[in-house]
Design a protein around this ligand. Structure first.
Ligand SMILES: Cc1cc2nc3c(=O)[nH]c(=O)nc-3n(C[C@H](O)[C@H](O)[C@H](O)COP(=O)(O)OP(=O)(O)OC[C@H]3O[C@@H](n4cnc5c(N)ncnc54)[C@H](O)[C@@H]3O)c2cc1C
Length: 443
């Protein structure tokens, strides 16, 4: 890749899309002294990771519960850079309580401190009915061929499959274990469980996703004189040949066209469908999966669980087996439920979904399931992530493109990580690093 001869900081880095990938690239570039300008089609930043005030509940809620783990290094770097590390509560220890709502059985998975995973030899720390070997089986993910699914790597008749590996795969990949790519689950296990208890503590936002990941980033960026243009949708990119090969020469926005000079760079940090409509020759994952979240406002906060839970601040996390609901996040009087890989469920009306989920949550919280349905809000994110199946992985795009001044970011690009906050932030950092590398700078 040829380098530009001028001072790179004289130009502008145009970043299209102000989700976490776009924000992370802007932050990294601004830290290095570049001048980023963001363009976002919506009237707010954050994309698929944001908070909203829900009037029916009279509460601030997130578009979807987001589970983060303390081993998410890029995420922690990002929060540190924008001065928002204090907005994230890291649980004092990794404890994952589960309930099987079919028989009411409860247990907790409790990895031990230190890197040697002796917890798998302790019946009180592992899944009931499991054996130590059930956990070593995860190593099969590391060597899985690209066409293998998570289910291909485990003995699906073992209780630990239904009680641990399957819910973990669905949460991480937003795909059933029978279709989710084994190759994508492995890096998460390696970077969290593989690094010991300290890397797999659950983390919760103190004031919602926007208050943690978005608002502090916008405030920090504006302090660096980065610009952000909302309600500015890109319609097309013009390309042409320059001295270094093919390059983007003009950006056509809903608000007008902007020339791209040879001092400038462009980062496209939009979802795959938007990227492919702008660059038809680009191969992108074409399938997506839905996540449904149901937020219930309870008449009062349930009594604090004094048992072995991962309580921290106002959030309690419980894994649910044997129903539609998969994870319950309890924050004060708001019980928020995640259903991943929920394409079928999302076809139902909001009322039907709430009526289906509520009895399950009442059971988890030891409440009377016949109580009338509390106020609720159902959020269906139809394109929550790309379909993280072996077939679709092959279409993840690289950071660099055939245009020497155009770079890609987004959770769907080829980060080697699943489509998560960590993956999105990592992709933004990678795009920023590629620009700096282009200029011969160390990253
Ligand atoms: C319900 C739900 C639950 C999730 N749960 C988890 C979880 O538990 N843990 C986890 O780590 N991750 C989770 N994720 C995934 C995580 O939210 C995403 O991976 C991450 O937010 C993606 O960020 P991004 O910047 O790549 O894309 P996006 O957030 O989609 O950002 C792209 C931005 O581009 C803008 N844009 C689109 N087209 C244009 C255009 N033409 N011009 C200008 N701008 C445009 C969009 O408006 C958007 O703001 C979840 C996602 C959802 C939806």
């Amino acid at each position: 890749m040829s380098k530009k001869s001028h001072n790179p900081r004289e130009g502008t880095v145009h970043i299209i899309g102000a989700g976490l990938a776009g924000l992370a690239s802007a932050v990294r570039l601004a830290q290095a002294g570049y001048r980023p300008t963001l363009y976002e089609s919506a009237d707010h930043a954050g994309g698929r990771c944001r908070s909203l005030f829900e009037t029916t509940l009279d509460r601030l809620i997130d578009n979807g519960n987001h589970l983060l783990l303390s081993g998410n290094r890029a995420t922690m770097d990002y929060l540190h850079a924008i001065g928002a590390q204090g907005e994230l509560s890291v649980a004092p220890r990794a404890v994952y309580p589960f309930v099987d709502i079919r028989d009411g059985k409860r247990w907790s998975v409790r990895p031990n401190r230190g890197r040697v995973p002796w917890w798998i030899f302790s019946q009180s720390r592992r899944v009931p009915g499991s054996r130590p070997w059930d956990y070593f089986a995860a190593l099969g993910l590391a060597w899985a061929r690209p066409d293998k699914t998570v289910a291909d790597c485990f003995d699906t008749s073992r209780p630990v499959y239904e009680r641990f590996w399957e819910p973990l795969a669905v949460a991480v990949l937003n795909a059933g274990a029978h279709e989710g790519a084994a190759r994508l689950l492995w890096p998460v296990i390696r970077l969290t469980f593989g690094k010991g208890e300290a890397a797999c503590r659950p983390c919760f936002t103190r004031q919602g996703l926007s208050g943690t990941f978005v608002d502090p980033a916008l405030a920090w960026l504006s302090g660096q004189e980065a610009k952000i243009n909302f309600q500015t949708r890109i319609r097309s990119l013009q390309t042409g040949a320059d001295n270094n090969g093919n390059a983007v020469t003009e950006l056509d926005f809903s608000s007008g066209a902007i020339p791209v000079t040879d001092k400038d760079y462009v980062i496209l940090a939009v979802p795959p469908e938007a990227a492919s409509s702008l660059l038809p020759e680009l191969s992108v994952p074409s399938e997506s999966r839905t996540i449904v979240n149901v937020h219930f406002r309870l008449s009062q906060p349930p009594p604090t669980d004094t048992g072995d839970t991962s309580d921290i601040g106002e959030t309690r996390l419980t894994g649910i087996i044997g129903g539609h609901a998969q994870w319950l996040f309890l924050r004060g009087d708001v019980a928020s439920v995640t259903v991943s890989a929920a394409d079928k469920l999302a076809q139902e009306s909001a009322e039907t979904i709430a009526q289906c989920i509520w009895p399950e949550i009442a059971r988890v919280l030891d409440m009377d399931a016949d109580r009338p349905l509390p106020p609720y809000r159902v959020i269906k994110e139809k394109r929550a992530t790309f379909a993280q199946t072996p077939d679709q992985l092959a279409f993840r795009a690289r950071t660099r493109t055939s245009c020497n001044n155009l770079f890609l970011a987004g959770d769907w690009t080829d980060t080697g990580l699943p489509a998560t906050i960590e993956g999105a932030i990592e992709s933004g950092f990678a795009a920023a690093a590629a620009i700096m590398e282009n200029n011969g700078e160390r990253t």
